[in-house]
Design a binder for this molecule. Sequence first.
Ligand SMILES: [Zn+2]
Ligand SMILES: [Zn+2]
Length: 273
Amino acid sequence: MTTKSNLHTHSLYCDGRNTIDEMIQAAIRAGFESLGFSGHCHTGFSFDDCQITDIDGYFNELDAEKRKYAGVITIFKGLELESRVEGLGRPVIDGRCDYTIGSDHLFWTKEGPYSVDYTPEEWNNGLKATGSIEKLLECYYEELCSFAEEVPFDIIGHVDLYTKFNEGGKLFDESLPKYKDLALHYIDRLARTGKIFEINTGAIGKGYRDTPYPSPFILRRLLELNAPIILSSDSHSTSTINCYFDQAEQMLKEIGFTEQMRLTENGFVSVPL
Ligand SMILES: [Zn+2]
Ligand SMILES: [Zn+2]
């Protein structure tokens, strides 16, 4: 078995429940070779209660922790970027980052944004605003694709986050060809950016899903496309730092994946699963 790494980690600087140091200690206990922090970037939106407000404190603490744990575990500095930032449009990547994740937690309509991962009620409000599941998916994916095409982030976060509350098909039947084909059309477009797709176990840790994002039919397409992947836990607390990692690795191998990407001091490299 390969040693573990996780690049999707939150802390008290955004909406996580533990300090950076507590998360690092948990990763050491779990036998990780590296840990990357991906606090939610500052968006400036008044409705965004997850964003980092003390960005200098965040990077300074990560620098200090990197030095403190040198030789024990490698610490990487990152951010989870949103597709839009108040007053700026697209986010600008902070030069202090070793890597960045680009995630769409929202989709935008003329009336404004709707969240796909806040509550099922909010999801349904978005459905009413867009008019149909197809339109909701189109809005979500158009936003994510243009974001991925315009901003040079490294990893596409939880690509089908809109399924968070859909365990057992509660909101819509994902397997219907009209929804599947639509999703795969956009997966193909995203794959052309060359970015790494995240296999994210975060919703399992929170009790919303039994399997990681994205859904198996998307994973199979990613394999066909030979798209690079990376496993992460999107952890918001010490108890979920390696949530479902072993099972997810096994699942990926059964689908046919043989490698994933790993961040090193010299950038991303491919390692065996
Ligand atoms: Zn996220
Ligand atoms: Zn996250």
